[in-house]
Design a protein around this ligand. Structure first.
Ligand code: ZN
Length: 309
């Protein structure tokens, strides 16, 4: 697949092969690609040559292994198709092969991370935000099938959203797009443009909200991708159950991640005070303040979530 693309690129950008380069082109004319035309099939193009000949070029197809692919929970209407599936059904450890000789990878977008996978003020932030310019192309990270392609009015904050399911069970989410370039049930290849960056939904500036989920459970996308370079960190990731906690993130040791995932979070109700919480959860006000980066004088708001242990 890659070879074909490379070959096509070579045809388009250097009409003479290295073998003929040293020879005079007048004596040994070679045909030069002058244009490409799309066909009904997005993976086939027609290449036109300057000697009035043409040929089809196969750009290669996405690899979806039907035997692995989870079609059982295939739902093109619900954003979170695994919503009813409890974390307890997921094994303690799952190995996900991300790339191999058949399955390639392409960065969804390379940019500055403006918000990480974390608990942010009053809500979970289940993905990584990357600053971009409206209209920048967004790419499928791996080969897959588009499960969701929804307009901003139906996504509750995600804006224009695309969700792609991959053969290994991983799903990738691409939010706040200005435009969709693919449809539901469409197969896509790693590196294929699936939409364009935008500022739709709950967004305070143009950015890509990128999520990685396994069976509906989100984990920090920075565990698999270094967004500063766009590179995959490894060809395989072993997902541990505690990675699915919003308090678990890339950069922690597994022990730190496990401890973080066992945190207890209290949602503030009317009448709650820091000293009251300290008594209730057998801790101290200063420990609570340290965990939440707050001062003992901070006013607690109703509905606010405070990590108590
Ligand atoms: Zn986000």
């Amino acid at each position: 697949m890659l070879t074909t693309i490379v070959a096509l690129t070579a045809l388009l950008h250097s009409p003479t092969t290295p073998d003929t380069l040293s020879l005079s082109s007048q004596n040994h004319p070679t045909r030069t690609a002058i244009d490409t035309l799309p066909t009904d099939d997005k993976y086939t193009k027609v290449v036109l040559y300057d000697n009035n000949t043409w040929e089809y070029i196969d750009l290669g197809r996405p690899v979806i292994d039907d035997t692995d692919f989870d079609t059982e929970n295939w739902n093109t209407d619900k954003i979170h198709a695994y919503r009813d599936m409890p974390l307890s059904l997921i094994p303690d450890e799952v190995d996900l092969l991300l790339v191999d000789s058949l399955h390639s990878y392409h960065p969804p977008y390379i940019g500055t991370v403006t918000s990480r996978y974390c608990f942010r003020r009053t809500r979970e932030h289940n993905g990584t935000d990357l600053r971009l310019n409206i209209g920048d192309p967004i790419y499928a990270a791996f080969d897959g099938k588009v499960r969701v392609s929804k307009a901003t009015s139906k996504t509750g904050g995600y804006g224009n959203l695309i969700v792609i399911r991959h053969a290994n069970g991983l799903e990738t989410y691409y939010g706040h797009l200005s435009e969709h370039a693919v449809k539901v049930d469409e197969l896509v290849k790693a590196g294929e443009v699936i939409g364009y960056g935008g500022n739709t939904g709950r967004s305070t500036g143009p950015h890509l909200h990128f999520e990685t989920r396994y069976q509906g459970q989100s984990f920090d996308p920075e565990r698999i991708i270094d967004f500063s370079t766009g590179q995959l960190r490894d060809t395989l990731i072993t997902l541990k159950k505690h990675y699915f906690s919003i308090y678990s993130h890339h950069g922690q040791t597994d022990a730190e991640s496990l401890a973080a995932s066992q945190r207890i979070v209290h949602r503030i109700k009317s009448g709650d005070t820091l000293s009251g919480l300290a008594v209730k959860y057998h801790t101290t006000v200063s420990k609570i303040c340290k965990l939440n980066n707050m001062s003992p004088k901070t006013t607690l708001r109703i509905g606010q979530r405070v990590t108590v242990r």
